[in-house]
Design a protein around this ligand. Structure first.
Ligand code: COA
Length: 212
């Protein structure tokens, strides 16, 4: 069973996908989303969440190294948050149940007419790196996207050098669908390939059935 034990959060555990399933989601399109796993709550961010902690992640160049060219500052996100309408765009915070800490976030962009979504994740609180937080919470998010929103495909794009993100996609059964050569420019001006990872609904359900 996946659990965060004692004071030490630096505890790697295999994902227990059964426990990662959303415990509660009576969501309707356009309403704030809340998903719960054994150790975390994922919920739509509000203006109140866009504070110092959020800004500190935006200011952390190492954290943002592979996270795109967008301005993730509180100032900009306060303007953009209303666009995350909980219908085809979600900005979800990840909150640790045990500590109450806001530890990171997801972006989810849904194309409803085509039945697909693109996701990205950031764990801003380094205490939670290597704890399985992404695997636990993204499993719940995948359940939500495939089973509640009824999508066919979830995908993501990650820098080839971003080893933890690549490992996480593979751990969830995402397939490498292509490589975008030199598609990303790092802050120092060097270019890097991006890998497109995709997961189809039936592939996710097969994993669930296997209890992976
Ligand atoms: C990407 C991110 C969310 C991953 O966090 P995490 O899940 O805690 O990552 P972990 O440290 O557990 O690493 C994931 C896996 O990669 C492996 N890994 C990490 N670095 C590695 C390396 N240099 N060599 C080999 N394996 C490595 C880990 O061992 C782990 O594998 P395991 O699950 O089999 O043990 C986090 O690094 C982050 O927020 N980065 C900044 C934002 C970002 O880049 N987001 C992704 C873009 S969408």
């Amino acid at each position: 069973m996946l659990s965060v034990q004692g004071a030490s959060l630096v505890k790697k555990a295999m994902p227990d996908l059964e426990n990662a399933a959303p415990i509660s989601s009576d969501w309707k399109p356009g309403q704030p989303l809340r998903l719960e796993t054994e150790n975390y709550v994922l919920r739509s961010l509000t203006m109140d969440d866009l504070g110092e902690r959020y800004q500190s992640w935006a200011d952390d160049a190492e954290l943002m190294r592979h996270f795109g060219s967008g301005d993730m500052s509180v100032r900009r996100m306060r303007k953009r948050l209303p666009a995350y309408n909980n219908r085809d765009a979600f900005h979800l915070g990840i909150f640790c149940k045990r500590t109450g800490r806001f530890i990171g976030y997801y972006f989810v962009y849904v194309t409803l007419t085509w039945g697909l979504a693109r996701t990205s994740v950031l764990i801003g609180d380094r205490d939670y790196w290597g704890t399985g937080a992404v695997l636990e919470t993204r499993a719940a998010l995948l359940d939500f996207l495939f089973d509640t929103v009824d999508l066919e495909r979830v995908w993501g794009r990650v820098n080839a050098q971003n080893t933890p993100a690549v490992f996480n996609y593979k751990a969830h059964g995402f397939q490498v669908e292509g490589v975008l050569r030199d598609a990303y420019m790092l802050a120092d001006g060097t270019r890097t390939d991006q890998v497109v990872f995709g997961l189809m609904r039936e592939e996710w359900h097969e994993q669930r059935a296997r209890g992976a």
